[in-house]
Design a binder for this molecule. Sequence first.
Ligand code: FHN
Length: 455
Amino acid sequence: MKKIVFIFMCFMILFNSSCKRGTSSTEKVYEEEQASGDQRMEWFKDAKFGMFIHWGVYSGAGGEWNGETNHAEWLQFTAKIPLKEYTEYAKTFNPIKFNAKEWVSIAKNAGMKYIVVTAKHHDGFAMYDSQTSSHNIVKGSAFKRDPLKELAEECEKQGLKFCTYYSLGRDWEDPDCPTGYAGNIAWRSNLIDYPIEKNKVLQRYLDRKAIPQIKELLTNYGPLGIMWFDTYELVSKQQGQKIVDIIRKLQPECIINSRVGPCLGDYKVNEQEIPEGKYMKPWESCMTMNNHWGYNKADDNWKTNKKLIRHLVDITSKGGNFLLNVGPTGTGVFPEPSLERLKAMGSWLKVNGEAIYETQFSPFEKFNWGRCTIKKDSENTILYFSVFDWPKDGELYIPELKNEVLQSTLLVNNQLIKTRSSNEGLIIKLPKTAPDPIASVIKIVIAGNIELSSL
Ligand code: FHN
C-alpha cells in the first residue's frame, strides 16, 4: 500500500511540476501567482461542500425526446436536433416555479457553502441576459427573466459563494467551435448544422462569443467564487492562459478550475470519482446524485444518503471538496429525491459539520472502518475519526499515534470516552452502539502537532 501511495505521490509531484508554468524568467510571476493563489483558495479549502446545478432548455424535456428517455443536458446532440428546431424549442422554456431564494436556502440547509450553476452548457444557450448572443433565456425563451442574476443576489444575501459553469470548448450554437483533432472524427461537435469541421476557427468563437460572455459573467453578477470551466477540448494553453489573465484582471479573487486549458487553473477536478490517496493541493470531486447531470425524469438510480454522506467524509479526509449535482426540472424545482438527500446531508452536517468544514486531510493511511480529518489550533491538534463500521469489540485502534490525549469525546453529545496509549498507538474504548448508523464522529484533542511513530 505504502508503495502505491509513494508512486501516486511521485506522479502528483511530476504532474504538478510538468504543469508548472513558465521558465526562470517568468518563475517570479508564477511564485507571486502561487502566493496570491494560496490566499485566493482559503474559502474554497474551508468550504468542502458545494452544489452543482445543471439547468437549461434541455431540462424542459426531462430526458424525453421522440419516445427516447435517456437524454439530459446533451439533448440537442443526443436527439440530433437541428439548431433551428432547438432554438424554437427553447422559446417554450418557462420555469414558472423557479424561486432563487428557495434554491439557495435548500443548498444552505444542506450544508453547502457554494453554488456552481450552468451559465452556458454545450448547447451554447446562455442561462443569463447575455448581450453577446441572443441565444439566451431572456431573449430566447418564454421566461424572459435572468435566473443567474436572481441566484447571485440570493447567494449574496444568504452568504453562499455564487459560481458559474461555462462550457469552454464545446458550443453547438457557434459555427466556429471544433472539437475534432486532425483526422479525429469530431464526435463532440455540432455536425448537423456545421458539418465541415476543418473550416471552423476556434479563435473566432473565443473572440466572438466565449471571451465576451466570460467578461459579462465577471462584470454583471457581482463577485464570483469560481469560474468553473468545462471541456476545454482544443483550447490551447496559450488561449487558456489569456482567459486566466482576463479573469485575474477583472476579479483577482475568483478561483478557476483546471478545465480552462491544459495544465492551467487553481485546482484539479475529478468527475464522478474519488481518487485514492491524498492530493496535497486543493481539489474537487463533482458527482451526480443519479446517473444524469441534467434532469431526467426516468432516472431513478439515486445514490443513497449513506453513500453521499460517506463520499463527503471520504473526499474531505483526502483534502478535497465535494461538488454534488442537482438537475432542476423544466418548471424550475428540484426533484423530490434530490431534496430528500440534501435534507439528510444537512441533518448529518448540523451535528458533525465540525469534522468537515475547515479541516485538513488525514495524516494516516486510510482506515477500513472509517476516515479521519484534522484541525490545528495554536497549541493543539484535533483529530476527527468518522466511524462508518462500529467495532463489535467496542475498541478502535489508531496505529502509530504517539501524542498525549487531552480529551476524547463523541462529537454528537460531548460524551467523554476512554482511550489508552500503547507502544503501537492509541486504543479508543467505544460505547456499545454507534450514535449514527451512517457515520459517527469521535473527537480527540491531542497536545501539539501530530507525531506518528512511522515518521
Ligand atoms: O459533457 C459534460 C457533462 O454534460 C457535464 O457538464 C459534466 C460535469 O462536469 N462535464 C462534461 C463531461 O465531462
